[in-house]
Design a protein around this ligand. Sequence first.
Ligand SMILES: [Zn+2]
Length: 480
Amino acid sequence: MTTKRKYDFLQCVEAVVYRRLRYPLFAVFLLFEISGYAQPPDIIPESATILSEYIQKRSISGTEKEAGEFLADICRSKGLHVQTLTAEEGNYNFAASLYPLSKGLPNIIFLNHIDVVSEGNNNGWKYPPFAGVIAENKIWGRGAIDLKGVAVMQMLAIEKLRKYAEDMRLPYNVTLLCVSGEESDNSGIITTLENHFEELNAVVAFGEGGTGVSELSHSNPEQPFYCISVSEKKALWVKLRLQMKTSGHGSVPPHTYANKEMTLALNRLLNKPGKINFNEATISFFKTIGRHEKGVRKLVLKHPRFFKPFIMRELTRNPLVKSTLTNTITVTNINASSLHTNQIAQEIEVLLDCRLLPETAPEHFIVEIEKTLGNDNIEISIIKETPSAPVSEKGIFYEKFREALEEVYKGSAVLPVMSPAHSDNNFFRQKGVPVYGITPVLLSKDQLLSFHNSNEHITMEQLQNGTKVYEKLLYKLLID
Ligand SMILES: [Zn+2]
């Protein structure tokens, strides 16, 4: 009796499903098929998975240890010789090499930094900044380009060389050097070079700096240019301070008071046009672009010094180009002592972020600032100064890097540039080691805007192409 009832019930369900629900269910199934939900997921390359996990190890400057240990472990699992150089939280640095450093081989350094800047405005992110989301064939999150993505490319390229390192004696060691504090005080590279410079035995370093960009040529905006940074501007951070004892009520302004005097002085300083100066790196930059231009532009860009008076306006219109041709001053902070609108401040402090061309002596620049401010009561002090370093001349390492880039990116032009920003590179250059800096991928406008900003991302294809560039470079230097 019970069995019969159960049977009736099942028959009933079957009838309802078949008669009433078969079309709606079929429609739902079709929708799933069309939308791709029912398809197996695309195969995600190893580079993307590692980068996604690396991004998830949040490593804002000062908190790099966990992320550093994560990458060091992967290097170990890939058979590289890992040596922790400093194990402190906030200054975690390690080397992962083809051969142990103790072998003392001349060494090719792949330099990158573990730390990232903070996420900034969280609302501006399409995906959470530290989730390492893989979507739209891209890996999203802080550090995807600057510089965790590069570290992954470098590591995977070194791994490819491992089988050769076992079978034959290669002329160089290769070391992935991962350091902390690049985005803050350069503490990682400073500590590393202070304590391990001899041991690293570097003959060259490949770091960050330039990148692949298009739209540099007017005649051919599609033409990609891969810019390798061979020198850097020097950062000089300056504090201006003015104290003036005056009356304090805003209703009866004295003839002169601290904020007024400082404003007038800053007006003189910021309105003074910067002097244009061409150095070897910028001349070479314009000449290479000139080769891809037509007509008068071609002629002018191939002889920028000669045509300087005619092209100054045009050159300084683009802030990025301008920054490579002049010393710049940016007012980044103004801080006065008064708290209320009706109070006259007795003291004002201003912070200036100055970036100097490599050929400018900081002491001369300070004298210039002093003269232009035109107020003897303003005290000027230097808060931070990055090292001056020689330009890394083009040599065999540059040429092989150029070849590798041109082979991976057919039809591209490679050129040396001076980077307007400062990085860890100059610490090696200062010690006589040439450094060539580039994130070896062609970045879109969106990606260029995402630097230190929201929606930082890199495509899977870029990750793979970048890895290929490093791989070809190593093959050329070690095997060919
Ligand atoms: Zn960076």
